[in-house]
Design a protein around this ligand. Structure first.
Ligand SMILES: [Mn+2]
Length: 319
């Protein structure tokens, strides 16, 4: 009995939601299930390869809906959960009782835990730490930018490993650990500890690089990391460096795309904020009201820079 679980790759909440779903599934649905984990990433084209839905059951957590009949479980909390109006209709007509959507949840992990408890009677107090941290991390509920950027708590350290770790096969192993170990013990696992050290050093360097490259005008921090080849950084660094900022916009490279990241300062929210998912959707991206992203094909650098400039101007004006 094989259950393939697709999760939002390189995301603490995606991994934690997969871990909680696995524990729920083996406790309440099938104790003999074998889990196989596959990360999903947002890209400019072809989100799903249907040939991948090869489990006896196929589940997606913390990622967009797919209308494939082979998808048997789905949980998401993103505002931009449906690729097309047809997908949204398909979900609304679903009567399986195994597909769930609630954009009011700050984390998919807490959403999975809440549905598993309310609808299926699943209780797992030992997962409470994981669920609470997924909510803090995905909902940007850190008390301040320094807590997020200094990374003293094991959950924040594991987030760095998940988001920036070099090894694509790492996440399935981390999900397995999340399902059975406290976060401090995961950080003590030799393969995780060995990855954390150089990533943390690089993180400290990236703070200096972003400090050099950023400017903050009209409440919006902007930086372009293309020429540095800096692939990914903690999204809280701009707010740590510019506590007075309200939004941040960056252009950054990656092996398979050029990415615009658009975020808002969780410690300096203002009345009447722009909806960042709505802005990103206009350019083919998506996300949440408070954080969004747009992916471009790797060649479309000039277009990405132009769009980033437009978004900066829009965010400098009132919503
Ligand atoms: Mn999430």
């Amino acid at each position: 009995m094989r259950v393939r679980i697709f999760f939002h790759d390189r995301c603490f909440d995606g991994a934690a939601a997969a871990a909680v779903f696995s524990r729920f599934y083996s406790s309440k649905i099938r104790p003999d299930a074998d889990f196989v984990y596959t990360g999903l990433v947002h890209r400019a084209s072809q989100l799903f390869d249907e040939a991948q839905f090869d489990g006896d059951e196929n589940a997606i957590v913390d990622f967009k809906y797919c209308s494939s009949p082979r998808l048997t479980w789905w949980f998401d909390h993103h505002q931009s959960a449906f690729l097309t109006p047809d997908d949204a209709r398909h979900f609304q007509l679903d009567r399986s009782g195994k597909k769930f959507y609630d954009p009011d949840y700050r984390s998919c992990t807490k959403f999975v835990a809440a549905i598993a408890r309310a609808r299926f009677g699943f209780e797992a107090p030992e997962l409470a730490e994981l669920v609470e941290w997924a909510d803090i991390i995905d909902g940007a509920q850190y008390p301040n930018a320094a807590t997020a950027v200094r990374m003293e708590a094991p959950a924040t350290q594991l987030t760095l490993v998940i988001e920036m770790g070099p090894d694509h096969d790492l996440l399935p192993r981390v999900i397995g650990m999340m399902a059975r170990l406290p976060l401090a013990d995961i950080m003590k696992a030799p393969e995780v500890a060995a990855l954390f050290k150089p990533l943390y050093e690089r993180h400290l360097q990236s703070i200096d690089l972003i400090r050099e490259r950023s400017r903050c005008d009209g409440g919006v921090v902007f930086f372009d990391l293309i020429s540095l080849g800096l692939e990914g950084y903690s999204k809280f660094i701009p707010y740590y460096l510019f506590p007075e900022s309200v939004y941040s916009v960056s252009v950054s490279p990656s092996s398979f795309r050029t990415k615009i990241s658009v975020g808002s300062n969780p410690w300096n929210t203002q009345p009447g904020m722009h909806n960042l998912a709505t802005i990103c959707e206009r350019y083919g991206g998506g996300g949440h009201a408070r954080v969004g992203a747009i992916s471009f094909e790797t060649g479309a650098l000039e277009r990405a820079r132009r769009v980033a400039g437009e978004i900066v101007e829009e965010l400098q004006k009132p919503a």
